[in-house]
Design a binder for this molecule. Structure first.
Ligand code: FE2
Length: 340
């Protein structure tokens, strides 16, 4: 394994040169830059394994650079060490808010620098491994989605809009991440459902339905070993519960259903209604919202979340303009997302 490429960003030329020199003596690859803007460009084109970032720089300061790196899905996993002035508690608080992974105080102690860098790099190696496990799960989820041309893009839209609805109601960032992942993998348990059932155009028999209704539990079993998916498991397990307790697999009621699962559900039902399926045409936004409103009144979905969702801008799913001729309302059970 290579020792790691470290980017040193400091407006003080002598200091960044010195830090780079220490790192090189210990076998690391080091490059230097003098301002935040250049650092962001470099991180985007050639992501380093770790960044040492000075806090006080003209133009974009270290906090802002750190915030942008951590706010970008492609770069958020790169460890950032903020280099701050001595005893600057306030700087640390701001640094933590900006998402910094660690801090070094000036004047930088050579041994401390190397120790921090080593431990963060080995941590990153673990995270990278975890990331590849996540990538495998996403690929599996996508291959299940790909079986059915009618559901193309469904998971991606679900990830985007569930996260957006979660943000709207003020969920913390880790729950937003869980929603984004849940959008992709919530139906991963369908890998255990045969194509004959999965792609059946007509209504399911009682036995077939029983098999289909196993998919949340199978999904949890698949994703459970991944620790980073801890907050995704309740979403997978409970995305077919209903507010009045008539859903599955646990028949949870109202607020017993995890909030994130309720968020995903609203988006899932909407997407299923507004896209074409073998057994139904794609409904317009107005038609879909009308049906969902009736279902809220029936006691199926969370009213408050539905109202929030109704006010949220949602672009039409691709392909909805080519609607099948209307053949009346879809039958109740076939408009449910578990059927398609
Ligand atoms: Fe499902």
């Amino acid at each position: 394994m290579r020792n790691g490429h470290i980017l040193v960003v400091d407006d003080n030329e002598a200091l960044r040169g010195l830090l780079a020199e220490i790192l090189r003596t210990h076998g690391f690859e080091a490059s230097t830059l003098g301002d935040g803007k250049a650092a962001l460009d470099a991180v985007a084109t050639d992501p380093p394994d770790l960044i040492l970032l000075d806090v006080n720089m003209p133009g974009l300061d270290g906090f802002e650079v750190c915030r942008r790196i951590k706010g970008n899905a492609k770069t958020r996993l790169i460890p950032v060490v903020l280099v701050t002035g001595l005893s600057a508690t306030q700087d640390r608080v701001r640094g933590i808010e900006a998402g910094a992974d660690d801090f070094l105080s000036k004047p930088v102690d050579r041994n401390e620098l190397i120790a921090r860098v080593r431990s963060l790099l080995s941590l990153k190696a673990y995270v990278d491994e975890l990331e590849s496990a996540e990538t495998v799960l996403f690929a599996l989820a996508q291959s299940i989605e790909g079986k059915d041309p009618y559901t193309e893009g469904h998971c991606g839209r679900l990830a985007t809009y569930s996260a957006r609805l979660g943000e709207r109601i003020g969920l913390p960032p880790e729950q937003i991440t869980a929603l984004r992942r849940g959008g992709i993998v919530h139906d991963i348990g369908k890998v255990a459902v045969s194509d004959a059932i999965l792609l059946k155009p007509g209504p399911l028999t009682k036995e077939e339905r029983a098999i289909m209704e196993q998919h949340p539990l199978v999904g949890v079993r698949i994703c459970a070993p991944l620790k980073s998916f801890r907050l995704v498991l309740p979403i997978i397990r409970h995305h077919h519960e209903k507010y009045d307790g008539s859903g599955y697999p646990d028949g949870l009621k109202g607020e017993e259903i995890p909030l994130t699962a309720r968020v995903l559900q609203i988006v899932d039902v909407y997407d299923a209604l507004t896209t074409q399926r073998p057994y139904k045409r794609a409904l317009s936004r107005e038609e879909a919202l009308e049906i969902m409103e009736a279902e809220v009144r029936k006691g199926w979905w969370d009213q408050r979340l539905f109202e929030e969702f109704r006010q949220m801008p949602v672009e039409e799913a691709p392909g909805t303009e080519e609607r099948l001729p209307a053949k009346g309302r879809p039958t109740r059970e076939r408009s449910l997302p578990e059927s398609g």
